[in-house]
Design a protein around this ligand. Structure first.
Ligand code: FAD
Ligand code: NAD
Length: 402
């Protein structure tokens, strides 16, 4: 009898961790393993705001998949997934196709512009290494040409961020550290550079207590961020955001949208039933109606039944999905009962640059300042350890002193 073929789509937190677990729990005689990813590298999505601001080198945030997954054990395919054809158990790739017996879909998120006019065309978004590197290069170009281009305006130096969720706030924390360095490098007066955040809600990061929110707001304002809270972005033109009831235009040379995310569009292409762009999975993380398809990470809508809302899409949750999924695939092969996913919330930390942050850990303990920043580095390093092992941690870990 031929061996079952297990195909994992995506080598992010959920996909790479699933594959690492499967290589430990299944012998080569038990199953063929295939990992499909767009690039030949894994990147730490949770570090992309640093790549976008230019506070870390893009190479620090990524590593080769073949360095952490044995290509003799797992067939590695570097190609883009286009569609899943469930009826004949096939995955259509940009340059070919592949069949499966068991499928894990872990293709992550895409930026969600909610149909705001001009946003897709005119704003940058933090999605992967390439899109983040583009932001860094674009910002630097604005500084580089400010003194030499006779048409350059002061507003070319303005950096406008749309949305003050985690991504927007963490990006601001990096920008306030990067901008003074760019000013020095290109002889630009710091007062000429504006960093503006526009947020529709009256507060940033409402999931944190008032004390933590006010710490974060004050810290960023002290370092030069201008907040425009309670201001909904209605449009994004080539020149900047159109905001509020009076259609005010805020001009900027760099515009970044961090206003929300949704699941991979491959889910839509494949005809899955979706809740806000994601698949509402069963307790065992399988897609409803499909016994052999698991959906993980930012592609999955996993309900927190107690709170009657979905768990937020995080790397922490994605790696926990992976552990449950790998055990459930093994259970399916062994004809054992499947387990139900239970989220073990270890807390949340938002960085505000290298030396500041806010967070809540261990069911309620609040952290701010250097303690939160240190905790964030622990979390970042832990993820490299879990996905890449100790050698990769030594190579890519964050050890910058305060
Ligand atoms: P990802 O890790 O994004 O991986 C998806 C993989 O699929 C990638 O390798 C991608 O290249 C690949 N892929 C995508 N499309 C295709 C395709 N069509 N074909 C082939 N391959 C494809 N969460 C936290 O818990 N803590 C944090 O501190 C934190 N910080 C964040 C900071 C930023 C700037 C951002 C944007 C997010 C942050 N998050 C954080 C959220 C977290 O990054 C996501 O929840 C997490 O990445 C989801 O994991 P995933 O495996 O579903 O997707
Ligand atoms: P988000 O949905 O959390 O935040 C988007 C923000 O944009 C919201 O505050 C929203 O009010 C605002 N917004 C939306 N439309 C707007 C408009 N028209 N005008 C002005 N403001 C508008 O998105 P995100 O920050 O990209 O985060 C995505 C997910 O990734 C989150 O669920 C989060 O849990 C996770 N994440 C976690 C961390 C962390 O744990 N440190 C960091 C980054 C992201």
């Amino acid at each position: 009898m031929s061996k079952p073929k297990i195909v994992v789509l995506g080598a992010g937190y959920a996909g790479l961790k699933t594959m690492r677990e499967l290589t430990k729990s299944l012998s080569p005689e038990e199953a063929d393993l295939v990992l499909v990813n767009k690039h030949n590298y894994h990147y730490e999505t949770t570090w992309l705001h640093e790549v976008a601001a230019g506070t870390i080198n893009p190479n620090q945030a990524r590593f080769m998949i073949s360095d952490v997954i044995n290509p003799n054990r797992v067939r590695l395919i570097y190609d883009a997934v286009v569609e899943v054809k469930q009826e004949d158990q096939r995955v259509i790739l940009e340059n070919g196709e592949i069949t499966y017996d068991y499928l894990v879909i872990a293709l992550g998120f895409e930026s969600n512009t909610f149909g705001i006019k001009g946003m897709e065309e005119n704003a940058f978004a933090i999605v992967d290494i390439d899109s983040s590197r583009e932001i860094r290069e674009h910002i630097e170009l604005q500084f580089a040409k400010y003194k030499t281009d006779e048409h350059a305006k002061d507003s070319d130096l303005t950096i406008l961020i749309g949305g003050a969720g985690f991504t927007g706030i963490e990006l601001l924390g990096e920008l306030v550290e990067k901008v003074p360095k760019l000013c020095k490098k290109y002889d630009v007066d710091r007062h000429k550079v504006k960093i503006i955040n526009v947020e529709a809600m009256p507060s940033i990061l409402p999931m944190f207590t008032k004390d933590l929110v006010s710490h974060a707001t004050q810290s960023l304002e002290d370092r030069g961020v201008e907040f425009r809270l309670g201001a909904a972005i209605k449009e994004c033109s080539e020149d900047g955001f159109v905001v509020g009831d009076d259609n005010e235009l805020i001009e900027a040379g760099t515009v970044v949208w961090t206003g929300g995310v949704t699941g991979s569009s491959v889910l839509t292409e494949s005809g899955f039933e979706l809740t806000r762009g994601k698949v509402t999975v069963n307790g065992d993380l399988r897609a409803p109606g499909y016994d052999n398809i698991f959906i993980l990470g930012d592609c999955a809508w996993v309900m927190d039944e107690e709170a009657d809302r979905p768990f937020p899409p995080t790397a922490q949750a994605a790696m926990q999905h992976a552990n449950t999924c790998a055990r459930n695939i093994k259970a399916l092969l062994d004809n054992e009962p499947l387990e139900t996913f239970i989220f073990d919330d270890k807390g949340t930390v938002a960085s505000l640059g290298t030396t500041d942050g806010i967070g809540t850990i261990l069911s309620g303990t609040e952290l701010k300042g250097k303690a939160a920043a240190a905790m964030k580095k622990v979390v970042d390093n832990r993820s490299v350890l879990l996905l890449g092992g100790p050698k990769m941690l030594l190579k890519k870990g964050k050890y910058r002193p305060f």
